[in-house]
Write a protein that binds this ligand. Structure first.
Ligand code: SF4
Length: 584
């Protein structure tokens, strides 16, 4: 893919999108990054949906998304909108549509934006996995015919459309040609964009979502690269799907969304937690604010960014003292790291050394640090300076809060000069609020981790103990998929389709299975989207109707319609029967 995109990543220029009007809150262009959430009430329960929408708006939601699974629900959006207006709330509403073009058409005349999923707007699963070129183009014509009525209504009512692609719900046609890949996700959106543009419709917003941060980051970067090639600049909505709850959900969301915001990508964000939606908004606000504080005005021209932004590759480093090479990414507490650095051969690169201050090291590494000062600030290091770096040095990058730009510059120099020393990235934070620490640390480290750049990470904070800091660091490594140390939960935020107590179910499952390291368990609100979007989970616990649960082993449904009061026991039994259980 184009080098120009890599250059833009490196200079941290915001991808400037076109402005799209969503009611009274425009999106994209020079507008601030908008935050939003989605109701999880029954859409036919007007009062409950209005009350929850108000709680979300009061918590900062600039748009409110509501599921409309059928025509009845789509029609009821008018009641919800009217009641909100009567109570003084003019926040734009968004209808969330899957599988039902007619519901989209009804909703488009009522709300300000309609989200459709290109994987299931027209296409249905039929078991067909081979398409001739003629069949493929016939399918595209069929989609255009089906999409045109929606576009006509949107044009008439000035309603925007989000083409919201999800990893896990791509059409068979796309899968047949591209597989379940970031490229397939991008092409799925591009087909719909091409149709919209063919009808001269440009009020488009795009998203590439996945519960896997690497896939979400790579597919969105690829989408931007593809748009640049085509001369397009539609606004981008960011979100990590099925992020779960609690610390893991916050870290996963902040990691994925924060990595892209630091690339300069993203016009609106939605944090998806398996919690009440109003709790998502303070998290979203912090992600936006903390990412802004990472921005730097430095204009560092440089050699090309030597990272492939579309594929994960760990930086090539050598193994020294069990760090680097093929060792798992290590975690350090600052006191342990300080002890190690006084006794072994460490090269500490600090903010002060970058500015030419006196390095803390007492041994002969001053010269080496000066070398990095020169490298980082002038980018014209001579070969003799490079030779002064001992090949057995472990580098500790202690930039404090210098921002992603300088960190990328530092790693670029190392890679371009073929210096394979392991690197530990250390960050010091003064937060005394654990949620703020989780979010900021996840943003800071995820950009580097999804690009395969760290061999070790270290968080320094005086308010929380070592166990808490270790837990945060391991959660960041797990969320970015670079080191797995515990059970992973893929859990949707729920919506109007959910008909069981998903938050209680997830808590109970987590309580009883959190010792099963490496196992992935999906907890999903409905069988319409749940099975497709549970990604590569080993087991699935999926809502199947009023208080009923279906259990899955991989993609195969094993038990149906279990009462939710019995379903967690049944899940444990299923895990045991398959030999994946260990006693806690
Ligand atoms: S998987 Fe969850 S969020 Fe998605 S449609 Fe089903 S219930 Fe709603």
């Amino acid at each position: 893919m184009s080098v120009s995109y890599c250059d833009d990543l490196f200079t941290f220029n915001r991808f400037l999108t076109r402005e799209v009007n969503i009611g009274n809150i425009p999106l994209g262009g020079a507008n601030p990054i908008r935050i939003q959430s989605m109701t999880n009430t029954d859409t036919l329960d007007t009062e409950a949906t209005v009350l929850q929408s108000i709680r979300m708006i009061e918590a900062g939601s600039e748009y409110v998304r509501i599921t409309a699974q059928g025509i009845k629900e789509a029609n009821n959006l008018a009641e919800i909108k009217n009641l909100l207006l009567q109570r003084g709330y003019i926040t734009p509403l968004i209808a969330d549509i899957h599988f039902n073009p007619r519901a989209a058409e009804v909703a488009a005349a009522i709300v300000e934006k309609v989200r459709i999923n290109p994987g299931n707007y027209v296409d249905r699963n039929t078991g067909k996995f081979h398409f001739t070129d003629l069949e493929y183009s016939d399918e595209l014509k069929r989609i255009a015919d089906r999409l045109f009525p929606l576009i006509a209504i949107c044009k008439q009512h000035h309603t925007a459309i989000r083409i919201g692609t999800n990893h896990g719900s791509l059409s068979e046609r796309i899968l047949s040609r591209y597989g379940d890949t970031p490229k397939g996700m991008v092409e799925s959106a591009m087909e719909f964009i091409t149709i919209c543009r063919g009808f001269d419709f440009n009020d488009i917003v795009l998203s590439m979502k996945s519960s896997n941060i690497k896939v979400m980051v790579q597919s969105t970067r690829l989408l931007v690269a593809r748009m640049k090639e085509e001369g397009m600049n539609y606004p981008i909505h960011l979100g990590v799907t099925e992020a779960g709850d609690g610390e893991d959900g916050r870290i996963k969301s902040a990691g994925g969304i924060g990595a892209l915001l630091q690339d300069g990508i993203g016009d609106t964000i939605r944090v998806s937690l398996t919690e009440d939606p109003e709790l998502e908004l303070p998290v979203a606000r912090k992600i936006v604010d903390f990412t802004k504080s990472n921005s730097s005005n430095l204009n560092l021209s440089t050699e090309p960014y030597p990272i492939d932004p579309f594929n994960y590759n760990k930086r090539n480093s050598i193994s020294i003292n069990n760090i680097g090479g093929n060792n798992p990414v290590q975690i350090y507490l600052s006191e342990d790291l300080n002890k190690e650095t006084t006794s072994k051969n460490y090269l500490i690169v600090t903010k002060s050394s970058l500015r030419g201050g006196t390095p803390k090291q007492s041994n002969d590494s001053n010269q080496k640090i000066d070398c990095f000062t020169s490298l980082a600030m002038t980018k014209i290091a001579s070969q003799s300076e490079l030779n002064s770096i001992n090949q057995n040095d472990i580098i500790v990058l202690d930039f404090k809060d210098e921002g992603i730009k300088k960190e990328r510059l530092f790693f670029s120099i190392l890679i371009n000069k073929k210096l394979n020393n392991p690197v530990i990235v250390k960050k010091t934070y003064s937060f005394n609020n654990i949620e703020e620490l989780q979010i900021k640390a996840a943003i800071d480290f995820s950009s580097l981790l999804v690009d395969g750049l760290c061999d070790g990470i270290c968080i320094e904070n005086s308010f929380f103990d070592g166990d808490q800091l270790n837990e945060i660091m391991l959660a960041i490594l797990q969320a970015t998929g670079v080191r797995i140390t515990k059970t992973e939960y893929i859990s949707c935020p729920s919506c109007g389709r959910t008909q069981f107590k998903i938050q209680d179910g997830l808590k109970d499952i987590r309580r009883r299975t959190s010792h099963l390291k490496g196992l992935k368990i999906a907890v999903m609100g409905c069988i319409v989207n749940g099975p497709g979007e549970m990604a590569d989970a080993h087991y699935g616990y999926i809502g199947a109707g009023n208080g009923k649960i279906n259990l899955y082993k991989g993609k195969e449904v094993i038990e149906k319609n279990i009462d939710e009061t019995l379903a967690v026991d049944a899940l444990i039994n299923l895990i045991k029967q398959n030999g994946d259980w260990i006693e806690p």
